[in-house]
Design a protein around this ligand. Structure first.
Ligand SMILES: Cc1cc2nc3c(=O)[nH]c(=O)nc-3n(C[C@H](O)[C@H](O)[C@H](O)COP(=O)(O)O)c2cc1C
Length: 358
């Protein structure tokens, strides 16, 4: 499936080394002022080119092809396009017939019987730029309701920060979106060490949805946490997602884990803002874990498409730690989910419908 969402739907197309990547956002209400500069700024955060990411140079300039008139959304499909500018398919000639360990080469070949070896083809995270553009459009809608979404890095390799001290203002200024001023240098060192030793390193991202309305999430098979889980797991290289206390909640007692309530609201937020699959109005807290980049320059054992055992010796340009740019994609996916769930929730009560139709 290349389409995502129920009421607000994003369809994407394109490959890493094709002509370009693009998408269609359908279901965004009319009358929203579209801020192209904001969309471009969001794309610039994910853009390749820094020494902590791949050296592939792409301007990632977004073009809006349809669905916007006089600066406002028209309620019709919004067409998005980014042209690829810096494909170097020759770099991939030597791995044309073999499967990179840890990448999707093997499974795409088994499933489709066609090997687009140029930069990973459709399995490449190049596609995620369009998710970021779609997420930015969703955020412009969320701004109308004072809802925001932020992400940052809270762990690289074996270095993890204290989530209670996460500093999102610092993350905005940090080259690697570090949530901790005192750990930024350590995080950078981990990434550069991985790069210099021709290896890669994993990382973890904290995403917070601030000021979500109560009631988002469709019982029973489209729970808010289930949708968040699927959205984040759908990002390349994501291997685990946690909500609130997450994995650690299984190590606690109910007396600790339960969020007690008083007149002002929930006293703690171990639930991560979701109960019974429905948002409770507290911040939604999401942790997303990325594996190390599969493409590394150390020689590894693999097979070719004829079944011969061969050594895999890679060239090309790769992120040493995909969690860094992946954090921007995590923000985008959360934005798309919140906007979609808001549109879905609008018809959950008769009184809501009466406000429109009577
Ligand atoms: C922003 C981002 C950038 C990525 N860049 C690379 C890369 O440069 N090289 C690479 O081998 N994998 C990269 N990946 C990861 C692969 O796309 C991913 O691991 C691969 O498609 C296999 O899928 P899986 O890890 O989800 O099983 C990137 C992922 C993200 C989110």
């Amino acid at each position: 499936m290349n389409t995502f969402g129920v009421k607000l739907r994003l369809t994407t197309f394109g490959e890493s080394h094709g002509e370009g990547i693009g998408g269609v956002i359908d279901g965004l209400p009319s009358g929203i002022k579209i801020d192209l500069e904001f969309i471009q700024n969001e794309l610039n955060k994910r853009k390749p080119g820094s020494k902590f990411g791949t050296s592939r140079k792409e301007s990632d300039t977004i073009e809006i092809l349809s669905g916007v008139f006089d600066g406002f959304s028209t309620g019709t499909p919004i067409g998005l396009l980014i042209k690829n500018e810096n494909q170097k398919s020759k770099d991939y000639d030597n791995i044309k017939d073999l499967f990179r360990p840890g990448h999707a080469d093997f499974t795409y070949m088994q499933k489709f019987g066609i090997r687009d070896y140029r930069g990973g083809g459709r399995s490449s995270a190049r596609e995620s730029a369009i998710r970021v553009a779609g997420g930015a459009l969703a955020q412009i809608f969320l701004n109308e309701f004072n809802i925001s979404v932020e992400s940052g890095i809270y762990g690289i390799g074996k270095n993890y920060g204290d989530l209670m001290k996460a500093d999102f203002e610092f993350a905005k200024k940090s080259e690697i979106f570090s949530l901790f001023p005192n750990l930024e240098a350590e995080f950078k060192k981990e990434i550069l060490n991985a790069r210099n030793s021709h290896d890669s390193v994993g990382g973890s991202v904290l995403t917070i949805i601030r000021n979500p309305p109560v009631g988002l999430g469709e019982v029973l098979y489209d729970k808010f946490d289930a949708r968040i889980g699927a959205a984040m797991m759908g990002i390349n290289a994501v291997k685990a997602v946690e909500i609130g206390l997450g994995v650690n909640s299984s190590k606690t007692k109910g007396s600790f884990n339960n969020d007690e309530i008083n007149k002002k609201g929930f006293i703690s937020n171990n639930s991560g803002g979701i109960l019974g699959g429905i948002t409770n109005g507290d911040d939604v807290v999401i942790k997303t874990h990325f594996k190390p980049t599969p493409s590394i320059f150390l020689p590894q054992n693999t097979i070719d498409k004829f079944g011969n055992e061969v050594r895999c010796e890679l060239r090309g340009r790769h992120d040493p730690c995909v969690a860094v740019r992946g954090s921007v994609v995590a923000t985008a996916m959360a934005r798309l989910i919140v906007a979609d769930m808001m549109l879905l929730n609008a018809s959950s009560k008769l009184e809501n419908l009466k406000k429109i139709y009577i």
